[in-house]
Design a protein around this ligand. Structure first.
Ligand code: 5GP
Ligand code: ZN
Length: 132
């Protein structure tokens, strides 16, 4: 399959590996946009959350938690942002499921939360559509 992250997981493309186990891999994001930017992926190819099975999600989130705790317990950080895009409309650019991990320290001045432009519809109307 012609997928960058599959090739990284298979060792066919290089990466700066932070952590690896049988099912998941964490490596440095090459964007160079923010210090410590990492990506956590399942080694098997899933496009995003929509086709990813529950067991893989469990494993990926356990790895994300392990790395988050590694950041705070061993690397001097206070917190982490977790970011994830599912689908082109959500801004996903690499179609292999991944979670961005951004380690944080108080006063680091990183703006890791999108500045939304303001809601355009009544909250109750949207709520009627969304509620399960
Ligand atoms: P998305 O926009 O899909 O949520 O994020 C994709 C991320 O993958 C981006 O932050 C981008 O910098 C990163 N990325 C794209 N190609 C490569 C690559 O070849 N190696 C690494 N390490 N990261 C990549
Ligand atoms: Zn893939």
């Amino acid at each position: 399959m012609d997928c960058i992250f599959c090739k990284i997981a298979a060792g066919e493309l290089p990466c700066e590996k932070v952590y690896e186990d049988a099912h998941t891999l964490v490596f440095m994001d090459i964007a160079g946009d923010v210090d410590g930017h990492m990506l956590a992926i399942p080694k098997r190819h899933f496009e995003n959350i929509f086709d990813c099975d529950g067991e893989t999600l469990d494993r990926l989130m356990r790895t994300v938690k392990l790395i988050a705790e590694h950041c705070t317990k061993a690397c001097g950080y206070d917190g982490v942002n977790l970011l994830n895009a599912n689908g082109a409309s959500a801004g996903q650019s690499v179609p292999h499921f991944h979670i961005h991990i951004i380690p944080r320290t108080a006063g680091d001045n990183i703006n890791a939360w999108p500045s939304f432009g303001g809601a355009t519809s009544n909250i109750d109307n949207i709520y009627q559509k969304l509620k399960l």
